[in-house]
Unconditional design. Structure first.
Length: 256
């Protein structure tokens, strides 16, 4: 009993020491923070801090010379006098763009039906031009999908632009692939990037060291895991990554 009393006294004396007290408090605080984070109670704060960090990163001073946006303005619609654009107008626009010799042309307009087709063979035009990637909406659950033009359905000239919206209405993640158990679809942006890199011999392939991950050129594309970064038990059933840079229209050249 005397030995036990001596041990208790020694522990009590140790706890009264400022250094030991500070060490114990730091351990308890750390465990509390880890517990709160594991339960997801700190996710919103960490996401806000992540957003703040991204906003602090400097943007490129010059627009990316590899990308040009050809936009449709309200003035264009008023001049043409109709919306949506007819097949003829779209074909003429794409032919004009193609004459500049771009490696890839991405059309970010939903077009699941023909509209006022004229003299031009719209279907033949789309099938013959291998540089065009058309956008679609995959759609899951209660959200209906929007297919691409009929001529491109079932081809590699289609990419989805579905997005993942985090709580608070913020988009931080980019989907690369979607798989509903029946169909696997590739993202619109990834299709364009692969088509652009094709002449350089850069293709998407399994990483030699980590076969379950993809490699594009010198970069390994590790999929986002449920608890990566600020996330806690996030839904990452589809292959995705999260943004680490600023993206905005001011970084791209635009032609109205």
């Amino acid at each position: 009993m005397t030995g036990f009393t001596a041990v208790v006294g020694a522990v009590a004396k140790l706890l009264r020491a400022p250094l030991a007290t500070g060490f114990l408090v730091s351990i308890l605080v750390s465990l509390a923070i880890l517990g709160l984070r594991g339960c997801g109670n700190l996710e919103s704060l960490e996401l806000a801090a992540y957003d703040w960090f991204i906003r602090l990163r400097p943007s490129d001073a010059q627009p990316d010379p590899r990308i040009v946006l050809v936009t449709i303005t309200e003035q264009d619609i008023q001049t043409l006098g109709s919306w949506p654009l007819s097949d003829d107008v779209l074909a003429q626009t794409l032919e004009s763009v193609a004459r500049f010799g771009p490696r890839a042309i991405g059309v970010d307009i939903y077009r699941d039906f023909q509209y006022r087709q004229g003299a031009k063979d719209w279907t033949d035009f789309l099938r013959k031009n291998g540089r065009i990637i058309w956008v679609s909406k995959f759609g899951q659950g209660k959200t209906d999908g929007i297919p691409p033009p009929t001529a491109l359905r079932g081809t590699e000239s289609v990419g989805f632009n579905d997005i993942v919206v985090d709580p608070g209405g913020v988009v931080r993640r980019s989907l690369l692939f979607i798989d509903d158990g029946v169909t696997t679809a590739t993202a619109f942006a990834l299709r364009l990037a692969l088509l652009y890199l094709q002449p350089e011999g850069i293709v998407l392939q399994p990483d030699p060291k980590y076969p379950d991950q993809l490699r594009l050129g010198p970069n390994t594309m590790r999929p986002l895991e449920p608890s990566d970064g600020p996330y806690v038990a996030a839904d990452t059933a589809d292959t995705s990554s999260y943004s680490t840079s600023k993206v905005g229209g001011d970084r791209l050249r635009q032609l109205p």
